[in-house]
Design a protein around this ligand. Structure first.
Ligand code: TEU
Ligand code: CA
Length: 560
């Protein structure tokens, strides 16, 4: 397997609005990030992924971009951004930017032009279709945020496609001039020195061009059109072109966000010889606690399914592809609340989950606050929620007859705002995030869960993450070793072995608060064992052939 810097990196995602406010207006900003770079260096981070900081009307918190080459006023100026890049590089870290080119904001100058007339030169940068029958939408696709995926435009008497909010019109990648504009913009950032891109819903950019109706389910008004726009017919042509014209000319890393991608498809996107992307964010494990009716339909996670899912990805991309490893980002609830236990075993379970992920093969991603075990939030009323998807779901589910309690229970478990409450830096007002009123309320648990407290405690989650990250740097085995799931059928223990040259790594994680017995499979032979990390104190001489695990216990052994 070829060695690369991005395979050896640990990435930290910053959601700028909620990270650190430097000027007291309640909104996180670029100078705030600069203030915290030493903190990220201390944690051992190599690469920072910055969620969008571009000019935006903020219908979807910056994922609706009105100017790709300007910084959002609230976040600072281009000079601030340049200072950030320089400060990141000075600390020998890299910076990757969010590339959102499936859609723009409806306030982008291209769309402002495009919507004015059918013969405007920018018209074809977007996707337009005539009304069907007596003025209806061109097809029955639902937007990912609810409602129709089509919006009527008075001036041109037709509809434009928006797979997300109506303020996020989809770009038409069939148009070569549009593609060239995107490539030019990417080069402009790369020439400034950015080290790569995280590409927003990049497997949505090629649509099946006859726009067939989707299948209506459960009496819903709109259907999912996803099989007609995910991994569409020209997706590989576009990515190869982007690679040839832009990416291949720089030493950068790329990660494509890809809802609905399968392991086989991911192999094509990330195959070493294919010249497309380095890795993808897949969603399989993020859907395991969804019921048949999707994300708001709550379902208990089945550990066997999680083991099978993560292992399937480890095996599929073992040769010539590469995995990204994540539980958290700005769209997902907090992992300690979702997969762990944010009550009595918050610390143990956060460490166990981190162990499980960080010892796998792939590039690990840490989302801000994960490293201190930040949890989901339960705001008293829907008024405190800000996220467009959450607010839309609240009204849609109510309309479908859900009770207030049922809706709020789903929001407590799944809302994207769980990840977006301000970063908890200390136990002072607003958790040290801002001296003013934050744009979104701080999680009330900041008095006990915060960076300052974590840093001062050698047994903290933060110091455990630090240890896991160091281990990855000290052991090529953790980066490049082969993966093998063991104890496949155990319903409580997630355990696997990594092998590299003549060494093995044995990872043992108890996923629940019970005390199951671990039995080492007989075919795992070794002469010496060394405990690399654990979340409980382990006796030096303890026997690993068979032993009882404590609640959420995790251990990693190096076997020789
Ligand atoms: O997310 C893509 C995506 O599929 C999300 O809609 C995701 O499924 C959802 O948030 C889970 O409930 C990306 C960005 O990460 C997200 O923040 C944006 O809202 C979206 O694209 C549109 O740009
Ligand atoms: Ca600010």
């Amino acid at each position: 397997m070829k060695h690369s810097w991005w395979k050896e990196s640990v990435v930290y995602q910053i959601y700028p609005r909620s990270f650190m406010d430097s000027n007291g207006d309640g909104i996180g900003d670029i100078q705030g990030i600069i203030m915290k770079l030493d903190y990220l260096k201390e944690l051992g981070i190599d690469t920072i992924w910055l969620s969008p900081v571009y000019e935006s009307p903020n219908d979807d918190n910056g994922y609706d971009i009105s100017n790709y080459m300007k910084i959002m006023d609230e976040f600072g100026s281009m000079e601030d951004w340049e200072e950030l890049l320089q400060q990141v590089h000075m600390r020998e870290m890299s910076l990757i930017m969010d590339l959102v080119v499936n859609h723009t904001s409806d306030e982008h100058k291209w769309f402002m032009q495009a919507k004015t007339s059918r013969d405007n030169p920018y018209r074809d940068y977007y996707i337009w279709r005539d009304p069907k029958g007596d003025g209806k939408e061109p097809n029955n696709w639902a937007s990912n945020f609810g409602g129709s995926a089509w919006e009527y435009n008075e001036e041109t008497k037709d509809y434009y496609l928006h797979l997300f909010s109506k303020k996020q019109p989809d770009l038409n990648w069939e148009n070569e001039q549009l593609r060239e504009e995107v490539y030019r913009m990417m080069k402009w950032w790369l020439d400034k020195g950015v080290d790569g891109f995280r590409m927003d819903v990049i497997n949505f950019i090629s649509k099946v061009d006859n726009f067939p109706d989707g299948e209506i389910k459960n009496g819903k008004k709109y259907a999912s059109g996803s099989k007609y726009y995910r991994n569409g017919p020209k997706i590989h042509d576009y990515l190869k072109e982007m690679n040839e014209k832009v990416l291949s000319q720089y030493d950068v890393m790329t990660v494509g966000e890809m809802p609905g991608v399968t392991p086989d498809q991911a192999k094509d996107y990330t195959g070493e010889e294919r010249n497309e992307l380095n890795m993808v964010f897949q969603f399989e494990h993020m859907g395991l606690d969804n019921g048949p009716n999707g994300k708001w339909d709550l379902q208990e996670l089945d550990l066997i399914e999680l083991k099978q899912s993560l292992s399937r990805w480890q095996y599929a991309l073992a040769e010539g592809g590469w995995n990204s490893l994540y539980y958290n980002n700005h769209d997902q609830p907090r992992s300690v609340s979702r997969f762990g236990n944010d009550g009595d075993y918050r610390i143990e379970s956060a460490k166990m989950l981190a162990t499980l992920l960080h010892m796998m093969k792939g590039t690990p991603y840490v989302y801000q606050g994960e490293e201190i075990g930040m949890t989901n939030v339960r705001f008293d009323s829907i008024e405190s929620y800000k996220d467009i998807e959450t607010l839309q779901a609240y009204s849609d589910l109510k309309e479908q007859g859900w009770s207030e309690e049922e809706v709020m229970e789903s929001i407590f478990k799944k809302s994207r705002d769980n990840a977006r409450t301000p970063m908890q830096w200390n136990d002072e007002d607003h958790a040290g995030f801002s001296s003013g009123e934050p744009w979104m309320a701080v999680n009330p648990n900041y008095k006990s869960i915060n960076v300052e407290a974590e840093r001062n405690n050698e047994h903290s989650i933060f110091n455990y993450y630090k240890r896991l990250i160091q281990l990855r740097k000290q052991n090529e085995l953790i980066v490049y070793g082969d993966y093998q799931l063991i104890l496949e059928d155990d319903p409580e223990i997630f355990s696997y072995v990594r092998s590299y040259q003549d060494k093995k790594l044995l990872v043992i994680c108890n996923f629940y608060d019970k005390e199951p017995t671990f039995k080492l499979p007989r075919d795992i032979n070794f002469m010496t064992k060394q405990l690399l990390v654990s979340n409980y104190t382990v006796e030096e001489q303890s026997n690993i052939a068979e032993f009882t695990l404590q609640p959420y216990e995790a251990r990693v052994y190096l076997l020789n």
